[in-house]
Every structure is written in structure tokens, then in C-alpha cells.
Design a protein around this ligand. Structure first.
Ligand code: PXG
Length: 459
């Protein structure tokens, strides 16, 4: 095994020195971390040599799968030619120009410009500043309020977390920052299952119109939403939702921001999730699948309406990061997009692999623990319930989900739990045989969770 230290030794050093993201340090110190040492295709391997099917593509990002030598080569080549130069003082470099040009080619409609960042969170900070800059340049600085949604995830910087709608995240470090309000999410199973889905979708979209009226159109700058909520639990809006949102944004002339950090780069069977829903946003934050997670990079795609104002009005836009458009990240992103293009991964997702994944995933809906099995493109969710008919949720939320997640990893499958919602988002290159393996392991984990829940007396 190609490792330097024993698992125990890594765990001890990890506990002593490494503060992990989104982690209860005390609980983790007691349990110990899992050490992932290498990966290939759709599998990751831990320090003990266990082979685990990565149903989450890292963290919704390794779209082209692990072990791509071309991406390593692209980084290596660029590191030798130009490892770094900034793009601040009227400078640029070839890979950044090539990447911006490529993104303009694949982006929908009139999105011909991009501002580069290093992550999705920085992309969403950039969204706030760009939206406000736009209205300031138009002489309407009071139009600064951004409407977002409850249970949205837009990152973990102060601005990203503020745009997000998760109270437990707001509680760490006093957000949201001023000028952000949150409306209801289109979560039919959780919040609308007593209603017809189409009617529910329209009703929830109309919350945007109500909020515009409450805040006052003279103050509202933009609306931001993920095409499909990811971290919130793979919440897929009813088909009626996005057309109504589009209508409202057009009627009131507010900017529409679609956060493509998860949905972009093939996840929903199109380059971007907005294309699946046939909605043209003004701004699109991107990250994750842009480089398939091989190296950090994010950005904001900017449509004509905003770009025109930024260019025509002039004045310095005082915003940017040392590593904006990092040459090595740009080289990897370009190569990643080339792979997606040449291997026709998006066509493969749409025509073959997503239909198969969704068919097999929905079969899990017959399990006694599953209240709903839903999915779209290459994401899926299972709602774990105490009883199926009538649907009754567990009193103590999140416990069944945690058990199922842990069992799943023991069974050799990474599945994430958001409360009692189990979610997957595998690499786009997953094969049908690997999907069969994923489903078999998921079903086994559900069986064991059901048994454990009954044994512990809460089912
Ligand atoms: N927008 C969306 C829609 C995201 O999903 C971000 C922005 C922030 O990106 P960065 O690169 O700053 O992390 C994300 C990130 C989870 C999980 O547990 C999801 C994300 C990040 C960490 C954990 O599902 N999404």
C-alpha cells in the first residue's frame, strides 16, 4: 500500500492538528476520520484498502471520474510553462483567454463573459457585488436586496452563507449580512405533498412576487436559486416552478441568478441546469464540475444585460482574487471541458445513463423505509420515512439518515444524508454495471437501516 503511516497514526495526527469543514470536532475526535488515499474511475480507496463506490462524485464535482491522466498532464505542462501570473494589472494569459472563450461558447444564450474565482463561495460573493454594481452603475444604488430561498446552499463565506437559507449555518458567525431575504423553497415532498405538485410549484414561485411587493421593487436587485437544490437534499422543483419564476423576473425586471455550481457541466444532462429548465439567467455562478474538482476553480458567467453596463459605464470594478483565472486551474478546466465534449458525456448522460440510473433508483421507492424516490439527470434522493401510508416522518429527524449513511459506507457506497434524505450524485462516467452495484448496496443499506430502526424502537 502506498502510504506512509498507519490508519491510527493518521487519525491521531488528524485529531491533533486538522480542523475539518462542517464538522463537530469533539464527535469526530472520538470517532476518528476515514483516510482516503487514492481513487480510480468511480471508486475511492481508504487506507485499509477498502474500495468504496463514490456515489457523491467527491462532493458533487468529479464529473469525469477519478484517475484522468490528461488532467494531470494539463496541470503539469502548465506548471512548467507559466505556474502563475495575475490577471489584475492589464495582464492576461493564454489559458485564461482560451477558457473564457470556451465558456462563452458552451454557455446558453448571450452569456459571453466570465469573472474567475477559486470556488463556488467566491463566485457567489462575486454575484452579490456584481448585482449591486450593476444597479449602482444604472444610478439605482438602493436596488440592493437579493431574494434567495430557505434551505438554499450558496457557499460558506459570509456572503455565500448569507445567500444560503440554512439557519443552522447562519447561526455560526452572525449572518445573513444585510440586504438578503429568503422565501419558501419548492420542496413538494417536505412542504407540499397535500397539494397537486403543479399547483404547489406555481404557488411557491409566486412567493417571489409577494416578496418583491413586501420589500418594494425599488429595492429589489435580483433573485438567486439553484436549478435543483443540491446540499438542501436534491430538491427538484415541479415543472411549473421555473416558468413562473422566469415570468416574474421578466415582469419586474429584476436580475435572475441561477447557481450552477452543482447543476453545471452535465449533471442534469445539459451543459447547464438552466438549459434543462429552458430559462435564461443573467448571471451563473459555476465551480465544481468546471475542473471536475481536480483543482479549485470557480467563476461567474455574465450575460449581455449586465456585461453591457459594466463595459459601457466604465469605472474600476474593485473586486478580484490573487488566483482569479489561475493558469494551472484554467488549463485543467479547458482539458476537462475537452473530455466532456469529446467523450460526449452529456449526450451519454441524457440518452443512456441518466434514464438507466433514474429507472433503477426509483425501484428503491418500493422499500418499506422509502417515502419517495426521486431524481433527475445524475442526482437522486430517497426520503426515509417511519411509515409509507399515510406518509409519516420520523419524530427524531436525521437519526435514520445518519444510520443509513454509516451503513452505506460500511457496505462500500458513499451516499450522503441530509436529515432523513439520502442523496447521490455519482460521476457522469458511471457504467450500468456500476449503477447496478450502487442500487444493490443502497438497498442493502436500507434493509439494515430498517432493521436497526425497528431494533432501536423508533420505527
Ligand atoms: N453553490 C452551490 C449550489 C453549492 O452546492 C457552493 C455554491 C459553494 O461552493 P464552494 O466551492 O465554495 O464549496 C456549493 C457547494 C454538501 C456540500 O454537503 C455541498 C457543497 C459544498 C460542501 C458540502 O452537500 N456545495
Amino acid at each position: 500500500m502506498n502510504t506512509q503511516r498507519s490508519t491510527r497514526e493518521y487519525q491521531r495526527l488528524d485529531r491533533e492538528h486538522f480542523l475539518h469543514p462542517f464538522t463537530d470536532f469533539k464527535a469526530l475526535a472520538e470517532k476518528g476520520t476515514r483516510i482516503i488515499t487514492r481513487a480510480e474511475g468511480v471508486y475511492v480507496f481508504d487506507n485499509e484498502g477498502h474500495r468504496i463506490l463514490d456515489g457523491m462524485a467527491g462532493l458533487w464535482c468529479v464529473n469525469v471520474g477519478y484517475g484522468r491522466r490528461e488532467l494531470a498532464e494539463a496541470a503539469y505542462q502548465q506548471l512548467q510553462v507559466l505556474p502563475f501570473y495575475n490577471s489584475f494589472f492589464q495582464c492576461t494569459h493564454p489559458k485564461a483567454v482560451e477558457l473564457a472563450t470556451k465558456l462563452a461558447e458552451i454557455a446558453p444564450g448571450n452569456m459571453k463573459h466570465v469573472f474567475f474565482t477559486n470556488s463556488g463561495s467566491e463566485a457567489n460573493d462575486t454575484v452579490i457585488r456584481t448585482v449591486r454594481r450593476y444597479w449602482e452603475l444604472l444610478g439605482e444604488p438602493q436596488k440592493s436586496v437579493i431574494i434567495s430561498r430557505k434551505n438554499a446552499y450558496h457557499g460558506s463565506t459570509l456572503a455565500g452563507a448569507s445567500l444560503g437559507g440554512m439557519k443552522w449555518i447562519h447561526d455560526v458567525g452572525a449572518q445573513p449580512i444585510p440586504g438578503i431575504v429568503h422565501i419558501e423553497q419548492p420542496y413538494w415532498f417536505g412542504e407540499g405533498r397535500d397539494q397537486d405538485p403543479a399547483a404547489f410549484g406555481v404557488a411557491v414561485a409566486r412567493k417571489l412576487e409577494e416578496q418583491i411587493q413586501v420589500t418594494g421593487l425599488d429595492r429589489v436587485a435580483a433573485f438567486i436559486a439553484e436549478p435543483v437544490q443540491g446540499a438542501g437534499g436534491v430538491i427538484i422543483p415541479p415543472e411549473s416552478y421555473w416558468p413562473e419564476i422566469r415570468r416574474i423576473c421578466e415582469k419586474y425586471g429584476i436580475l435572475l441568478v441561477m447557481d450552477e455550481v452543482i447543476c453545471g457541466f452535465g449533471r442534469l444532462g445539459q451543459w447547464f441546469g438552466s438549459q434543462h429548465y429552458n430559462v435564461q439567467p443573467d448571471l451563473m455562478p459555476i465551480a465544481k464540475g468546471l475542473t471536475s474538482g481536480y483543482i479549485p476553480m470557480g467563476g461567474v458567467l455574465v450575460g449581455h444585460r449586465v456585461a453591457k453596463v459594466l463595459y459601457e459605464r466604465g469605472g474600476e470594478y474593485a473586486h478580484g482574487f490573487t488566483y482569479s483565472a489561475h493558469p494551472v486551474a484554467a488549463a485543467v478546466a479547458l482539458e476537462n471541458i475537452r473530455i466532456i465534449d469529446e467523450e460526449k458525456l452529456i449526450e451519454r448522460v441524457r440518452g443512456e445513463i441518466s434514464p438507466y440510473l433514474q429507472k433503477r433508483w426509483r425501484e428503491l421507492g418500493d422499500h418499506p423505509l422509502v417515502g419517495e424516490a426521486r431524481g433527475i439527470g445524475m442526482v437522486g434522493a430517497l426520503e426515509l420515512v417511519k411509515s409509507k401510508s399515510p406518509v409519516t416522518l420520523f419524530e427524531e429527524r436525521g437519526k435514520a439518515g445518519t444510520i443509513c449513511r454509516d451503513l452505506s459506507v460500511e457496505n462500500g457506497l458513499v451516499m450522503r444524508a441530509v436529515g432523513d434524505t439520502m442523496i447521490i450524485s455519482p460521476p457522469l462516467i458511471i457504467t450500468k454495471a456500476e449503477i447496478d452495484e450502487l442500487i444493490e448496496k443502497a438497498r442493502r443499506s436500507l434493509d439494515q437501516t430498517d432493521k436497526a430502526a425497528k431494533g432501536a424502537g423508533y420505527k
